[in-house]
Design a protein around this ligand. Structure first.
Ligand SMILES: [Zn+2]
Ligand SMILES: [Zn+2]
Length: 270
């Protein structure tokens, strides 16, 4: 399989050395990986968000030479909050020739709580605030899908990693089913791939992101373009839970997973 979502030491919150990451990916029998370091556009006003991505892509070219014939290494970027500063997102896109571009929502335009949700203290939220927060999260995501140029929609329902995983607050996604359906229809129409994110497996929030019922729903609506990403921030997590994920996807009815080269999806058999 291909792990289409990995961070290295060019992301602010990861330490992985790209060569160690590639070595581990080979050990785990992966066919390829994508290096998708963070470019969070909300910070574009006071820091250079493009420099780390240029360095990340340069590291990919170096690693490619060393791992030729052993591992495909895709150059990429994970663009967060692209819709907040569209010009900044366009500059990032133009800065390099990527194999793959991930589109992510890491911060939500919920008044007074617009910092990245990984840093929010959800235990202080009322139930109503939690519900409003999730509602706007899905709206922001839909707006990103409709307005931004990217290939893979990442970790749908990711705030639950924190709301449920970190703070132990249960949240039903039933009220958002229609919005999620709309998101699925939009990505299918626009040939944007849907990521199954394995980062939460083995943690307090021990599920695929999004949960299996939503992956099944994407399939029901005709979605085929699936990618799997560990979202690794540590070398040991590359390819995490991929056997389980492959079995789950096959059981749902998917026959292929996808990787990307020069921003074109390429199928592999699950
Ligand atoms: Zn992310
Ligand atoms: Zn990520």
């Amino acid at each position: 399989m291909y792990d289409m979502h990995n961070h290295t030491n060019h992301s602010h919150d990861a330490q992985s050395d790209i060569f160690e990451l590639c070595e581990k990916a080979c050990e785990k029998g992966l066919l390829g990986i994508a290096i998708t370091d963070h470019c969070d556009n909300e910070f574009c006003g006071w820091m250079d968000v493009i420099r780390p991505i240029r360095d990340s892509v340069a590291a990919v070219y170096e690693a490619r030479e060393r791992y030729q014939g052993r591992l495909k290494i895709c150059s990429g970027v994970e663009i967060g909050e692209g819709i907040w500063f569209p010009d900044s997102a366009k500059k990032v896109l133009a800065a390099e020739e990527y194999d793959v571009v991930l589109g992510s929502v890491h911060a939500v335009r919920y008044p007074n709580f617009t910092i990245p949700y990984a840093q929010l203290n959800f235990s202080k939220f009322t139930r109503q605030q939690l519900e409003e927060f999730m509602d706007i999260y899905f709206d922001d995501m839909l707006e990103m899908i409709q307005n931004m140029d990217f290939d893979i929609l990442t970790h749908l329902t990711c705030p639950l990693r924190y709301i449920t995983g970190k703070y132990g607050i249960e949240m039903s996604l039933k009220p958002y089913r229609e919005k999620i359906d709309r998101i699925f229809r939009e990505i299918i129409d626009r040939s944007i791939a849907f990521e199954v994110n394995t980062a939460s497996l083995g943690t307090n929030y021990n599920v695929l992101v999004p949960e299996v019922e939503f992956i099944r729903r994407y399939h029901e609506l005709g979605g085929k373009l699936i990618t799997v990403g560990s979202d690794s921030h540590m070398v040991c997590n590359v390819g995490k839970g991929f056997d389980f994920t492959r079995n789950t996807l096959k059981e749902i009815g998917f026959e292929h997973g996808y990787w990307y080269e020069k921003r074109k999806p390429m199928a592999y058999k699950l």
